[in-house]
Write a protein that binds this ligand. Structure first.
Ligand SMILES: [Zn+2]
Length: 300
């Protein structure tokens, strides 16, 4: 952490021999950034507990309306997140996360949908290929899974707790990117701040749930510690993403006091948000809410 990112050529592609450098804490904005992806023309940041207006166990930058916090304070925090990301607040899209595997795609039928509430029902993954929308998913130990297609120019995010990870939500997100026209060899995956194996002992039921679906998972998911990021990184590689294009190193939410952690803090706590999008919102597109379609419902 804290390393000065190397400059990369204007194409946004990694040079020969370069690797993704990972999440960097920005002390001015009090968020984690991913300079590797910002250089590619993407909006991407992970908020922290810092810089918001929530109080008590929610202090201070809680972004969830579903954990008992004051809604007015949460709305202010959400406004601040949009500002930090440089995104018009009306273009931020949230999701009702249910530890499932449904992935929603936003666009290209942008003009069709009515304006209104921007929370996608029962959705744990969102893919966008237009500058008109920037999805935010919320986390407090679960793994943010980010995907970017360099040439097709789309970006997506999924929410992977153990149920989502075992259910294959990462594969659903990759499949959604492929369905939207991305080639396998242009995909990059980044895993965000989430609980590390040293802080995440699990029950035998969790170990067995993974092993039943993914026989190779036992080296990552053990009773003494489940390494969800390790599991997801291998899953991405097995799906064909180049290992050099997979970033799995990220801060542990339970170890880092700047981050919310359900495991560390208990059920009464807040949620940080990871926002992704395509940078450079075109002017004149108004505030039309984009169409949303469910894709990749089933994966072999
Ligand atoms: Zn930890």
């Amino acid at each position: 952490m804290g390393a000065v990112p190397k400059r990369v050529g204007g194409s946004g592609a990694l040079g020969r021999g370069e690797r993704l450098q990972g999440w960097v804490f920005d002390p001015a904005a009090q968020v984690f950034r991913l300079p590797d992806w910002e250089r590619r023309g993407l909006v991407v940041l992970c908020s922290t507990r810092l810089g918001g207006v929530s109080r008590g166990p929610y202090g201070s930058m809680n972004l969830s309306l579903g954990v008992g916090d004051d809604p007015g304070r949460v709305e202010e925090n959400r406004r601040r997140l949009a500002g930090l990301a440089g995104v018009t607040a009306s273009r931020v899209v949230f999701a009702q996360q249910v530890h499932g595997t449904r992935v929603a795609r936003i666009g290209p039928g942008d003009e069709a949908a009515p304006r209104g509430e921007r929370t996608l029902p029962a959705t744990d993954g969102v893919l966008v290929d237009r500058e008109t929308s920037a999805p935010v998913l919320l986390f407090a130990d679960c793994v943010p899974v980010l995907v970017h297609a360099r040439r097709r120019r789309l970006v997506g995010i999924a929410h992977a707790g153990w149920r989502g990870a075992a259910g294959g939500v990462l594969l659903h997100l990759l499949e959604a990117a492929r369905a939207a026209g991305a080639a396998l060899d242009e995909l990059e995956v980044a895993l965000g701040p989430s609980i590390g194996p040293e802080c995440y002992p699990v029950g035998e039921d969790v170990v067995e749930a993974f092993a039943a679906a993914w026989p190779w998972s036992r080296r990552h998911v053990r009773r003494q510690g489940a390494d969800l990021r390790g599991f997801l990184a291998e899953q991405a590689a097995r799906a064909g993403v180049e290992p050099r294009d997979i970033l799995s190193d990220a801060p542990c939410t339970a170890c880092d006091p700047r981050l919310y952690s359900h495991r560390r803090d208990g059920p009464v706590t807040g949620r940080q948000g990871v926002i992704v999008g395509l940078a450079g919102f075109a002017s004149g597109e108004g505030d039309r809410a984009p169409a949303v379609e469910a894709v990749a419902e089933e994966i072999r």
